[in-house]
Ligand binder design. Structure first.
Ligand SMILES: [Zn+2]
Length: 78
């Protein structure tokens, strides 16, 4: 299972994007931009993003992730 800590991947434009675009069901968890692509990533209660389809015990649920941020996830993942 690959994982990346949210703070390590989150764009510094996230807050301004949320402010500008609002928060929607397709808002990328990493950069705050809306994404047409239906990719999701799971986040734990301790804010690790994990590459796991099955819900883990301490899950906060599945969140949309854009294609560029998914690439970044795969680059940063350990
Ligand atoms: Zn993104």
């Amino acid at each position: 299972m690959k994982k990346v800590y949210l703070e390590d991947i989150r764009s510094n434009r996230y807050d301004s994007n949320i402010e500008r675009l609002g928060e929607h069901s397709d808002t990328c968890i990493c950069c705050g931009q809306r994404t047409a692509q239906r990719s999701f990533i799971q986040m734990t209660t301790s804010c690790w993003l994990i590459d796991e389809d099955k819900e883990v015990e301490d899950s906060q649920g599945m969140f949309p992730i854009g294609p560029e941020c998914l690439k970044k996830f795969n680059r940063l993942a350990r």
